[in-house]
Write a protein that binds this ligand. Structure first.
Ligand code: BGC
Length: 748
């Protein structure tokens, strides 16, 4: 049973000021602890003297035990809380968060978080720094890989599913971990897509686009929130009392723990809002940041600030209480070892069952962008040339932020395909090109690789590699090129100035095309790319993101048709980098793009007419499958509604007209025809992924509430007012944000 308020009151009353400040100190021992059990002496001493409250980045149950034993030697024996970046799996690595969002399958998303919770808790992790719920419409920003994409409704459902999966029904259970919604808030809007850069947005945009997933995650019960590195309209989030205290706590009703991001408190000095560490600590504490990650600015300075009367001890009490409450909720006061005790008794990590979910997630997340003459799925016959550096690779497959995942457990694509085709088709392989040729860039991309390099520059010349690949392609019946980014080409501090597949691999695709065999291009990426040339050259184009541990099996399932790819884009794939930021949910302009370039309308002189200039090459929600799905007309139960309590039922029937099972993502969008302020041309309001056997029909229904039509009219960031205006709305139903049918209703 989690400990009571009285227990925490009593404990708090017995703590010295230094011990309370100690609870706010969140550190990573780094270095040696990666190997298991060695404790950095400084950390050990601080734990024993009550100067550390929580630790992150510990990689084994043995190390957790060692640290927890040290805490048991402290005066009050307050247990430590262990955290880790469990972003898309712990040991069993699932597709990237952006890819999981592309599945539009929230049961699957929840299941991946549940498995991650079980695996992480088995080594003693109590809290995970996930889910990242930063809406992002800026694919130059590398952290879009960790995000659920561009849409607030998709991101909100994702946030809820993740929180449910991590926390389970009882946070004190040994298999539950505390979720941490991050990064609060606006981080996905970094100017120029440069990581950590400033964010400037209207209060209404903040409330309508960037805040909803946090609100949804809070409502789902998330126990913690992490502050973001960015400034928002000039105020760094680590010093943003308005957004943390007034909006998050008072407005959204969040009662949990707010942690800083890595050195985020200290960075207030670099942001030039604090003169020194002490001032930075005061600003952050007053803003509502309870724990100071890594910087130790709280530990070093808060005591003196209290003594000098610059902060009130009550403010430290409030933060400390939240740390103690989190520990109580996690069951740590009852038994600090209960997660590792449970973990030791079980073989819960990287099980067949966990791998099966990871395998299934690959097909669910993969997005088929083009499939001329039904080239995919491939028959298991003849010779298949599998070309590309990423085709026989373990190191890149987990993608970014798989800190506990290991390349050694990954099934490479070549292995998966050979296994699936055994005895039926021959799979030939050539590298064809380096991921990148530029050695400076390669060194940057290899930044995290101590043993295994993710970018290996071949000893052969580019021409030699290309010739080998072309030769193999010539001997084959079909060519599958696996191309794209290296794992650290997206992720933290991996912003890009272009969104192209790296040039050596582009050359490879051109050369393979020239061979004249049917060409499948599989793209590994952590962000939306501008696939304009590849969409021309390839006969079939599949976005496989970074698929994780089971990529080889999962991709073989897709390529040979054991599974249909059923992902849909969670973010627009632009025509070119110059188009970003870009979203389907843009506002109308006074001079709308008329469908082809026309002077004095909103578009680009150097973009062809075929692509809408105000939307991407491949729009949000788009994705093909192996079976055509027919839509009936959308139906509504009434066309005239009135009042805030009314509700609309929207239905559509969908039928699998093909010969293969598939799943359709039915999407519901709304367009407010006239309002007091311009409203987006379309906004997602609901979605449902339905499995369909060949010939099967399903009736899909959505309920639209009056609140779904409301929008923010905030003039300041702490104004949570939303209004709904009477008027006419088009209710769109369809297979993507671009391909919908609609009915008009009025709602007064
Ligand atoms: C990231 C966070 C992460 C933290 C701890 C930071 O650099 O922004 O998302 O949780 O490091 O690893």
């Amino acid at each position: 049973m989690p400990k009571s308020i009285a227990f925490i009151d009593d404990l708090l009353s017995r703590m010295t000021l230094a011990e309370k400040i100690g609870q706010l100190n969140l550190v990573t021992p780094g270095g040696e602890t990666l190997t298991g059990t060695v404790v950095n002496t400084d950390v050990a001493d601080k734990i024993k003297t009550g100067r550390i409250g929580a630790i992150f980045g510990v990689k084994s149950a043995e190390a957790v035990r060692v640290f927890q034993d040290l805490a048991a030697q402290s005066r009050l024996k307050i247990p430590l809380m262990f955290a880790e970046d469990v972003i898309h799996g712990q040991k069993t690595i699932f597709p990237l968060p952006l890819a999981l969002a592309a599945s539009w399958d929230m049961k699957l998303v929840e299941e991946t978080a549940r498995i991650a919770a079980v695996e992480a808790s088995s080594i003693g992790i109590d809290q995970v720094y996930a889910p990242m719920v930063d809406v992002c419409r800026e694919p130059r920003w590398g952290r879009i890989a960790e995000s659920p994409g561009e849409d607030p409704v998709l991101a909100s459902r994702y946030a809820e599913a993740m929180v449910r999966g991590f926390q389970g029904s009882d946070l004190s259970a040994p298999t539950s971990v505390m979720a941490c919604l991050k990064h609060y808030v606006g981080y996905g809007g970094a100017v120029g897509g440069r990581d950590y850069d400033a964010v400037d947005m209207s209060p209404a945009t903040l409330h309508d686009i960037y805040l909803p997933p946090f609100a949804a995650g809070v409502k789902a019960g998330a126990g913690s929130v992490m502050a973001a590195f960015n400034t928002l309209n000039g105020t760094p989030m680590h010093a943003n009392a308005t957004l943390i205290q007034r909006v998050l706590r008072q407005g959204l009703g969040f009662r949990g723990l707010v942690v800083a991001d890595y050195t985020g408190v200290q960075e207030l000095i670099a942001h030039a809002v604090a003169g020194d560490k002490a001032e930075a600590a005061r600003l952050a504490l007053k803003a509502g940041v309870d724990c100071d990650m890594v910087a130790e600015a709280y530990l070093d300075t808060l005591g003196a600030s209290v003594a000098a009367g610059l902060i009130d001890e009550a403010e430290i009490d409030a933060a400390c209480r939240r740390v103690l409450e989190a520990k109580a909720d996690l069951g740590l006061f009852d038994d600090p070892y209960h997660r590792i005790t449970w973990g030791r008794a079980t073989q819960s990590v990287l099980t067949e069952a966990n791998r099966a979910v990871a395998r299934q997630a690959v097909a669910a997340a993969s997005v088929l962008l083009k499939n001329e003459h039904d080239l995919l799925p491939l028959g298991k016959k003849g010779r298949i040339a599998l070309i590309g550096a990423l085709a026989d690779d373990r190191v890149n497959m987990n993608g970014t932020w798989a800190v506990s995942g290991s390349p050694s457990t990954v099934v490479p694509i070549l292995e998966g395909l050979r296994e699936a085709a055994a005895g039926a088709a021959e799979i030939l392989h050539a590298k064809g090109a380096n991921i990148v040729d530029d050695r400076v860039l390669a060194a940057r991309l290899n930044v995290h690789d101590w043993k295994d390099l993710s970018v290996v520059i071949d000893d052969r010349t580019a021409e030699e590699m290309l010739a080998e690949a072309v030769d193999l392609a010539g001997q084959s019946d079909v060519v599958v090129a696996v191309v794209g980014e290296a794992r650290e080409y997206s992720g933290e501090s991996s912003s890009r100035i272009d969104l192209l597949i790296p040039e050596p691999q582009k050359k490879l695709i051109r050369a393979l095309k020239a061979v004249g065999k049917p060409l499948v291009v599989v793209v590994m990426t952590g962000r939306p790319l501008a696939l304009t040339e590849e969409a021309e050259l390839a006969d079939a184009l599949l976005v496989a993101w970074f698929g994780g541990t089971e990529i080889g099996h999962g991709l073989a399932d897709v390529l040979f048709g054991a599974q249909s790819p059923t992902g849909r884009l969670p973010a627009t794939f632009p025509y070119a980098v110059g188009q970003v930021p870009v979203t389907y949910a843009h506002l109308p302009t006074g001079r709308p793009f008329p469908g082809r370039f026309q002077k004095f309308t909103s578009g680009y002189v150097d973009m062809p007419d075929e692509v809408p200039h105000n939307d991407g090459l491949f729009p949000f929600g788009f994705g093909l499958t192996y079976a055509p799905v027919a839509y009936g007309p959308p139906r509504v139960d009434k066309v005239a509604l009135a009042g805030d309590d009314d509700r609309l039922t929207v239905s559509v029937s969908v039928t699998n007209m093909g010969k293969r099972p598939t799943a359709e993502v039915v999407q519901l969008y709304v367009h407010d025809l006239k309002a007091s302020v311009s409203r987006p041309v379309k906004q997602l309001k609901g979605f449902s992924k339905v499995a369909l056997e060949p010939g099967e029909s399903a009736e899909v229904s959505f309920t639209l509430l009056a609140g779904d039509l409301a929008f923010s009219v905030a003039t300041s960031v702490d104004d949570l007012t939303r209004i709904r205006e009477a008027g006419d709305y088009d209710i769109h139903v369809g297979r993507s944000s671009r391909d919908t049918q609609h009915v008009r209703i009025s709602w007064n």
